[in-house]
Design a protein around this ligand. Sequence first.
Ligand SMILES: CC(C)(COP(=O)(O)OP(=O)(O)OC[C@H]1O[C@@H](n2cnc3c(N)ncnc32)[C@H](O)[C@@H]1OP(=O)(O)O)[C@@H](O)C(=O)NCCC(=O)NCCS
Length: 283
Amino acid sequence: MTPERLDIDDALTRMQALASDLWSHRSRHHPGQLAWSAAYGEPEVLDLGPAFVVEGAWAWLESLDWLEVCGRDPEAIEQVVQAALAAADDEVTTSTLETESEVLTVLAAAGFTEIEAPWFTHHHLDLSDLPPVELPEGYAVRAVRPDEHEQRAAVHRAAWSSTSRVTGAAYQRLMRTPPYRPETDHVVVAPDGQWVASCCVWLDAATGVALVEPVGCVEEHGRLGLATAASVSALTAARDLGATEGLVCPRGDDDYPGPARLYRRIGFEPGARTRAYRWRRDT
Ligand SMILES: CC(C)(COP(=O)(O)OP(=O)(O)OC[C@H]1O[C@@H](n2cnc3c(N)ncnc32)[C@H](O)[C@@H]1OP(=O)(O)O)[C@@H](O)C(=O)NCCC(=O)NCCS
């Protein structure tokens, strides 16, 4: 069967459904991560590429030089990878979890070879082991409301970068992208009322897996346990809504170890890591 070529907005629900169906500790994709990647910025700015979908597999050109792949049936994976490469730039990079053997076999056969690049480690947590929320005196943590997209985007940018693409308009759209729920998107409020830390958790109701993405704390309030508090609070809300397991995917290489330490202190345990591969078109 020829893969369907779709804009990400039209493909997202099907891509999320397959990621959810195939979910295990061996798989890279979670519906919440796909929602974040598809909607964290305004569409004109993100300039996302097309997705190629068949029964049992998809390949998404997140940009024309970056590929994401999901599937378990090698034949279906090969069809979507070949369709994506035909539409891609002459050089394409991809990242997979090291345990995704079916995807890795297809990528190797297509000519992808491993490259040195920052990598990420999936971390898992049984949510019955969540610690209590602890905050310094005067700080409070709460869920955002659906009309608070401007403030919510601002606290994200303040922690990450003033040039972040997470604008108020982008966040408003993100909040309409399933499986987003304001109940599991938490912010820490400082004694002066300023929002200073945040954590968005994405609950996949089908698997019970709650993904932490992203987390931030502004520098002036750093190392007070606020990112930890936002994460534990949002995960607790997800557990109250039926989540059984937490997932987070921080950097695993030595260049940026802080976030992995933060999550391990909460109780997350490291699982599989990502590896990056590159393909060049024969000319
Ligand atoms: C990383 C970040 C979220 C930490 O926020 P924070 O509120 O300062 O974190 P906490 O106070 O809850 O830290 C808990 C633990 O995490 C670890 N940690 C946090 N920041 C760290 C850093 N910069 N370097 C090393 N370890 C760090 C420490 O073990 C810390 O405990 P300690 O202070 O007792 O040593 C914040 O610096 C940030 O927003 N950075 C930019 C965005 C980002 O990288 N987000 C995380 C990836 S999703």
